[in-house]
Write a protein that binds this ligand. Structure first.
Ligand SMILES: [Zn+2]
Length: 475
């Protein structure tokens, strides 16, 4: 998992600027459990039996306001994450080729092209057919075989594959799942008897389909941000070639690695940013860095070990997202601050399906009793969130928090970040937070802000990744 989040997705509700206060509305740790439940009940009144609590409730609210940061449980951190994986697949000085898993584990796949193209059985070298623009070839999984049908539906036969599809025209593109791609395609039958469609092309052309969906189709005055994104994405690519080798490709074309929308996503200014930084990657101690990035840090990036555990990485330390005397570089982000409100029933329904470890048969009887922030990282991001229900107590840690506390809108997207406070209303819970994504490494909205203030891409990268060098690994 790369955990990166594209700034282009899910920024659906622009929120007014607000103040994010620390620990407001959370309960101090010294309050016994029995009392915490009562405090919750007072905020979600249950008729009849809370009437005699007001004095105690008042006392507890006062205690709550005087809350202190809880100690973080360092011994309970997740296992160390893998830092800057490098593979033997990349040879310096040579323009690397990359294999992107476009469609994975499918029963069938359809492919076509914008010009003439050829379909070949790679095992035997047999040319299965040649087609002109727009003609659709269909491949279907049949156990360990690929059932290939030519345009018009005429069966061509069963092949073990891989089936290669190569454009014949110079600028010809191939089309899969409604998007056009440069390079060639390979359809592979995998161990599960399903099909995987892999796009094969060189890294520089691949980046043309990555930079715009990852940071947006920015204008000329923000080109330095496009260049910084190009170097970060190229670094991630070079460092992770071979990462998904067992699946028959290098990287997914999704947030699991980097969002890649091929030719369909290309943007002339992004192309220029890529070609002006051609072959350039960020290195530390001579190795490509683990180039993490996310949408909006809301003022301060996160140290990797505070979010994911493991050892600190010198260039993935928390930095203030500003220069001396300046405002936060990402303060123009529509999710610099945000607010989410759940009514009690909605939150119970979300947690009933999203909370890890619940018995699936009992999810329907979910009743929330308390929710409280137990610890935060030095930048104020929530590290442990405790949820008490009729099923007992569950403690969520960093990464789990965002996926359990889904937003109450269509599709239930993840909570934008772990930088939030909770407030309790009469019959609802409010999260007031800031930023979008894990906050580690480059802040994309901050990079856009820096570009707007005249910073060059190398300064932008060195602001977020301290102590790095920029090296050209091929020309
Ligand atoms: Zn930022």
């Amino acid at each position: 998992m790369r955990f990166s989040t594209s700034i282009m997705r899910n920024i659906e509700d622009r929120v007014p600027a607000g103040i994010v206060t620390d620990h407001a509305g959370t309960m101090p740790d010294l309050v016994p459990d029995r009392v915490r439940s009562a405090w919750w009940s007072a905020h979600f009144p249950i008729p009849g039996w809370v009437a005699w609590w007001p004095a105690l409730v008042l006392l507890l609210v006062i205690l709550g306001c005087a809350g202190r940061p809880a100690p973080s449980d360092r011994s309970a951190r997740p296992a160390p994450s893998e830092a800057a994986p490098t593979t033997g697949a990349f040879k310096p000085g040579q323009l690397p080729m990359i294999r992107i898993g476009l469609l994975v584990n499918r029963d069938s796949a359809s492919l076509t092209g914008t010009g003439r193209f050829r379909v070949v059985d790679r095992a035997s070298g047999e040319v299965i057919g040649t087609s002109s623009s727009g003609q659709i070839w269909r491949m279907q999984a049949k156990g360990a075989w690929i059932d290939v049908s030519a345009p018009g539906g005429s069966a061509q036969g069963l092949y073990t594959g891989p089936i290669q599809v190569n454009p014949l025209a110079r600028e010809g593109r191939l089309k899969a799942a409604d998007r056009e791609y440069r390079g060639s395609m390979e359809v592979v039958s995998n161990k599960n008897g399903k099909l995987t469609v892999v796009n094969i092309l060189d890294v520089e052309n691949y980046l043309r389909g990555v930079v715009p969906p990852e940071i947006g189709k920015l204008k000329e005055d923000r080109i330095e941000a496009l260049k910084a994104q190009a170097v970060a994405a190229r670094t991630y690519t070079v460092a992770n070639l071979g990462r998904r080798k067992a699946l028959g490709f290098d990287l997914y074309g999704t947030v699991a690695d980097q969002v890649y929308h091929g030719y369909s996503a290309e943007w002339p200014l992004a192309d220029r940013a890529i070609s002006e930084t051609r072959g350039m990657i960020a290195t530390y101690d001579g190795k490509p860095i683990a180039a993490q990035y996310s949408s909006t840090c809301a003022g301060e990036t996160e140290s990797i070990e505070d979010a994911w555990g493991g050892n600190p990485i010198p260039y993935l330390r928390s930095v203030r997202d500003r220069d001396r005397g300046s405002d936060d570089f990402c303060n123009h982000s529509p999710v610099y601050t945000w607010r989410v409100e759940w009514n009690k029933n909605t939150l119970e329904n979300i947690l009933a399906t999203r909370l890890p470890g619940l018995d699936p048969r009992k999810r329907g009887e979910f009743s929330l009793r308390d929710i409280s922030i137990k610890s935060r990282s030095p930048t104020g991001r929530v590290q442990q969130l405790e949820i008490k229900s009729n099923h007992g107590t569950t403690t969520l840690r960093s990464g789990q928090i965002r996926s359990a506390l889904r937003r109450p809108v269509r599709g239930q997207p993840m909570l934008r970040s772990t930088k939030f406070d909770l407030k309790f209303r009469q019959n609802s819970v409010v999260a007031e937070g800031g930023g979008y994504g894990h906050g580690i490494g480059m802040c994309q909205m901050g990079a856009i802000g820096m570009a707007g203030q005249g910073y060059k891409y190398d300064r932008i990268l060195k602001h977020y990744y301290r102590g790095i060098d920029l090296d050209r690994v091929y020309n």
